[in-house]
Design a protein around this ligand. Structure first.
Ligand SMILES: *[C@@H]1O[C@H](CO)[C@@H](O)[C@H](O)[C@H]1NC(C)=O
Ligand SMILES: *[C@@H]1O[C@H](CO)[C@@H](O)[C@H](O)[C@H]1NC(C)=O
Ligand SMILES: *[C@@H]1O[C@H](CO)[C@@H](O)[C@H](O)[C@H]1NC(C)=O
Ligand SMILES: *[C@@H]1O[C@H](CO)[C@@H](O)[C@H](O)[C@H]1NC(C)=O
Ligand SMILES: *[C@@H]1O[C@H](CO)[C@@H](O)[C@H](O)[C@H]1NC(C)=O
Length: 665
């Protein structure tokens, strides 16, 4: 490896391609040599997110009344993995310590939710206000502000007052609209001078679909033909009714907000949670057309309505009489009833057009005329799913979704209210395994990069990003087994919080601290260079004789740090992907690839301090070779590049959309 001049070339390419001119027609991205906070527009907010029932515990303190999930998990413990939120992760008592964790992560903002029954224990003001509950959220918000952390507050994160469930069925009744407005208005008036960012509803799609169409989440309702263990319900009907009432409740709350004097200068939105979709069969035009329909059903259902005042036409056409209708007055209130688009993104799937729905067994997914497929017609998976991961990891879907929203909804302001990686470590769960969460770190790197591309290249107006979640917590029907936190919660040891690798990564990403890398990482330059050689020198055969990542770990050099070489892994993934694109899209004739180097070794003028190896050499211990963390994904990408020579370019490009993320056959 010879380092001379390479830094300069890397930097020039970077400046030429990434720096965007300061024009009025999109976000302005500063030049940066590595992906970090500094690569995002000024004022961009980075944070973490939680929800009351998932973290607070203390369910009987402050005269808090029972909420839907309290009762659901007690009545049907098997539906909550025998867990519940009685103690959760004790945020109620530990919020001050947890705010120090947020500070430690260098975050700017924090998203919490208010528990309705901590404010109105029985759902309505006339039945009593808990002053202690009201004070609790003042205390949390004040503590955040004292620490320079911007509060984002969700008004409703699924914890309907049980008394309203018992009285009239909660969101199944239009009576919820008035009661929700009263509650929302109360919290706006109470906290609106201190809190300037609000989410009325978290994930209306999940709330309605999981709760009332497939019965996986409280109140666990669906038809027998969907799941015989459901607790009553009617799939294909209630899901639309619940969303209808929720949307009207949102519009009323929005109106209350605009009439709240203290709230001036604040913003309100909804946190939507669509997946991204890729066609199941690239040759099938039906599948291509399905993408828009899938998104209309999953996102437009609530987003069209709050922007334009009514449901997407396709939903009205297909769902027919089962979809309630808005009155003219309701439409008028719904129209433009959000200041920004809140977005929770986790994963993507393939959309397969459904030819023959069974009209006798209606349900939301069938109504969309889409089946969700884990593999496409060529048997490719979407992205990759680590064995302990909950969902396929597909960061390109994130960028595609952002671009879609920009184009379809006239370039609104978007805030990423959730993005994160869930895993169930099963039998292997322990502090040591839980904090070595390289998959989560990788997930975050990829998604931050995709978001950066959406902002800086596609000019999507994204202004904030929240990781779900600060801490492992109560993951609803999955109990405490499913972990999403940047901090590990040791449930066996007094709920101790322990920083994970992902937390360390986010902290460094936000700090712009010193880096151990020797050179800027810029995989696009690799592809550009290959294309340049192909064009300029009449398409010669090219073999990559060296490619690799050098680092000087300085004081921190040790076996443990040296083999946890996630930056090298990331470097190789990006460069293999770029080479794959050069071969499969640009048709450069590359026939071999060698990583520099098998082992850490004598790096000329830099001696042994500069490490490039796939194996760590322990110079203090008889030159022992120890494998580093960096080899996954190599064979997979290579295999595809071979197999795909000779197929049409369009076909390949379409596939490569999917292949971006070390896809497996
Ligand atoms: C993004 O949206 C915000 C809020 O509407 C607006 O103030 C800002 O100018 C927009 N930024 C760009 C680059 O369009
Ligand atoms: C909270 O109070 C209810 C009603 O009194 C009781 O059934 C429940 O066990 C209490 N929960 C906790 C965690 O103390
Ligand atoms: C558990 O942790 C809390 C919060 O850090 C602390 O106040 C308490 O003393 C701990 N309890 C035990 C038994 O260690
Ligand atoms: C790549 O170059 C080699 C050696 O010249 C040649 O045999 C091969 O056909 C070329 N492959 C393609 C796809 O152009
Ligand atoms: C050092 O490693 C070499 C090669 O594995 C081995 O043959 C030798 O016995 C080792 N020496 C000591 C002192 O462990």
């Amino acid at each position: 490896m010879t380092l001379h001049k390479v830094p300069l070339i890397g930097l020039l390419l970077l400046l030429a391609i990434i720096v965007s001119p300061a024009t009025a027609d999109g976000p302005v991205c500063p030049p940066s040599t590595k992906l970090s906070r500094a690569s995002f527009p000024e004022g961009f907010l980075f944070g973490t997110a939680t929800a009351a029932y998932q973290v607070e515990g203390a369910v009987n303190e402050t005269c808090r009344g029972p909420a839907l999930w309290d009762i659901y998990c007690k009545r049907y413990p098997e539906k909550c993995k025998n867990d519940n939120g009685d103690v959760a992760v004790d945020f109620f008592h530990r919020y001050k310590e947890d705010i120090q964790l947020m500070k430690n992560l260098n975050t700017d903002a924090f998203r919490l939710s208010i528990a309705w029954t901590r404010i109105f224990p029985h759902g309505r003001k006339e039945k009593g206000v808990s002053q202690a509950g009201v004070k609790f959220y003042h205390d949390v918000i004040d503590e955040l502000l004292r620490n320079g952390i911007v509060p984002f507050v969700t008004v409703f994160h699924w914890d309907t007052p049980q008394d309203l469930e018992d009285e009239y069925g909660g969101f199944l009744s239009e009576r919820i609209v008035k009661d929700f407005r009263e509650y929302a208005d109360f919290v706006f008036q109470e906290y609106g001078d201190k809190v300037k960012h609000w989410i009325t509803f978290n994930e209306p799609w999940v709330f309605a679909h999981a709760g009332y169409d497939v019965g996986k989440k409280a109140p666990g309702r669906c038809s027998d033909y969907v799941d015989p263990t459901c607790k009553g319900g009617r799939s294909g009907y209630e899901v639309y009714l619940v969303s209808h009432n929720l949307l009207n409740a949102h519009a009323e709350a929005f109106e209350a907000f605009t009439q709240c004097e203290k709230c001036k200068g604040g913003k309100v939105g909804i946190a939507h949670s669509p997946a991204w979709f890729e066609p199941h069969d690239f040759q099938d035009s039906q599948d291509g057309a399905s993408i828009g329909r899938a998104l209309d059903f999953m996102l437009g259902w609530h987003l069209d309505t709050t922007m334009y005042g009514d449901y997407p036409q396709i939903m009205k056409d297909i769902v027919g009489h089962r979809l309630p209708q808005f009155t003219a007055a309701q439409k008028a209130k719904l129209k433009n009833s959000a200041h920004f688009v809140g977005l929770n993104y986790y994963t993507s799937t393939f959309a397969n057009h459904v030819e023959n729905p069974d009209h006798s067994k209606p349900r939301w997914k069938q109504d969309s005329l889409i089946s969700w497929e884990p593999k496409n017609s060529d048997k490719f998976t979407i992205g990759s799913t680590p064995s302990t991961g909950k969902l396929p990891v597909f960061a390109r879907g994130f960028r595609s979704l952002l671009k879609y929203i920009k184009d379809k909804y006239a370039n609104p302001e978007i805030m990423i209210m959730e993005n994160g990686y869930g895993e169930d470590l099963g039998e292997t769960d322990s502090v040591a395994v839980g904090i070595a969460d390289h998959n989560r770190k990788y997930y975050l790197q990829r998604h931050l990069l995709s978001m950066n591309e959406a902002i800086c290249i596609d000019k999507v107006n994204v202004t904030g990003y929240f990781i779900w979640s600060l801490l492992d917590n109560f993951e609803w029907n999955e109990g405490y087994k499913s972990r999403f936190g940047l901090y590990y919660i040791d449930f066996k040891n007094n709920l101790t919080r322990i920083e994970k690798e992902s937390g360390k990564y986010y902290r460094d990403f936000l700090s712009q601290g010193p880096s151990t890398g020797k050179l800027p990482v810029y995989a696009r330059g690799f592809r550009s260079l290959l294309k340049y050689i192909k064009d300029k020198y009449a398409n010669p055969e090219i073999m990559i004789m060296e490619n690799g990542y050098g680092e000087d770990l300085g004081e921190t050099d040790s076996v443990a740090v040296g083999i946890a070489d996630h930056n090298r892994k990331y470097y190789l993934q990006r460069h293999l992907l770029s080479m794959n694109e050069a071969i499969c899209i640009d048709k450069v004739n590359v026939t071999g690839y060698f990583i520099w180097s098998l082992l850490d070794n004598f790096e000329w003028n830099e001696g042994y301090k500069s490490r490039f190896g796939l194996y760590y050499i322990d110079f203090k211990n008889n030159l022992t070779r120890i494998e580093k963390d960096d080899i996954f994904s190599i064979c997979i990408v290579m295999e595809i590049s071979h197999g795909d020579f000779g197929v049409s370019r369009d076909d390949l490009e379409a596939k490569l959309v999917i292949l971006g993320e070390e896809t497996q056959r």
